[in-house]
Design a protein around this ligand. Structure first.
Ligand code: NAP
Length: 210
């Protein structure tokens, strides 16, 4: 199972990479922090692909390295806390790149083997449509819409798409929000549940992890 994890240098991406050892025949790890990716690649026997999702050329080059995929997990993301009146355009763009545009570019350049799967790590809308999180909510829910269209456009290629809704998971994503809530899931536990729910004969269009 030739696998690409986008956002592999993150909390969930790293946990998914470790959980895929022995299941993925080849594991490609994409993110910006080259040193984190290199360490993870050494630990899981994967290949580091440092790239910024804001650069179409870098994404294109990374996807050319992977060749056709059996599994693509989009685990990149970013969050920030600011009200509509306070958020800068630069901050909106940073979140859009990580949460949504990066997914568009990845799908644009990805090539798939028959019966390939794409997994997007998403949110429960009610948990993110709250004051201070508009840029996160808009970009995450925009990515869901993107996935819905891609599902139809890639049907002829036989690609199956799963949106995974996640509760709070204790990763660095929470740092700008002051830390993860006490009840947050451990990333390794979340990764196990994501893979159990998606690596099945007929992957569901929606997987709700509680
Ligand atoms: N943690 C939660 O509670 C939770 C809940 C629901 C959904 N999710 C979703 O799960 C996914 C993973 O989240 P996480 O908690 O693992 O977050 P995280 O630990 O902050 O990891 C985020 C990842 O995104 C990558 N990234 C961000 N901007 C990038 C860019 N411009 N180019 C390339 N890579 C970029 C980071 O790479 P670098 O650091 O190397 O730049 C990192 O690998 C996100 O989509 C998030 O929305 C998380």
């Amino acid at each position: 199972m030739k696998t690409l994890i986008v956002g592999a240098s993150g909390g969930l991406g790293g946990a998914l990479a470790r959980a895929l050892v022995g299941r993925a025949s080849q594991l490609f790890l994409l993110g910006r922090r080259a040193s984190v990716l290199a360490t993870l690649a050494g630990a899981v026997g994967g290949e580091a692909l440092p790239a910024d999702l804001g650069s179409e050329l870098e994404v294109q080059a990374a996807l050319a390295e992977t060749g056709p995929l059996d599994l693509l997990i989009y685990a990149a993301g970013a969050v920030s806390k600011a009200s509509l009146r306070e958020t800068s355009r630069m901050e909106i763009e940073r979140l859009e790149v990580a949460n949504s545009w990066g997914l568009a570019l990845t799908l644009k350049y990805a090539r798939f083997n028959p019966a390939a799967r794409v997994v997007l790590l998403g949110v429960y809308p009610d948990l993110v449509m709250v004051p201070g999180l508009f840029a996160y909510a808009a970009s995450k829910l925009g990515a869901e819409a993107l996935l819905g269209v891609a599902r139809k456009e890639f049907r002829r290629e036989g690609v199956r798409f799963t949106l995974v809704r996640l509760p709070a998971v204790a990763t660095g994503l929470w740092t700008p929000l002051g830390g993860a809530p006490k009840q947050a899931l451990n990333p390794d536990e979340a990764a196990q549940r994501i893979l159990e729910g998606t690596l099945v004969e007929s992957p569901p269009e929606l997987l709700e992890v509680r």
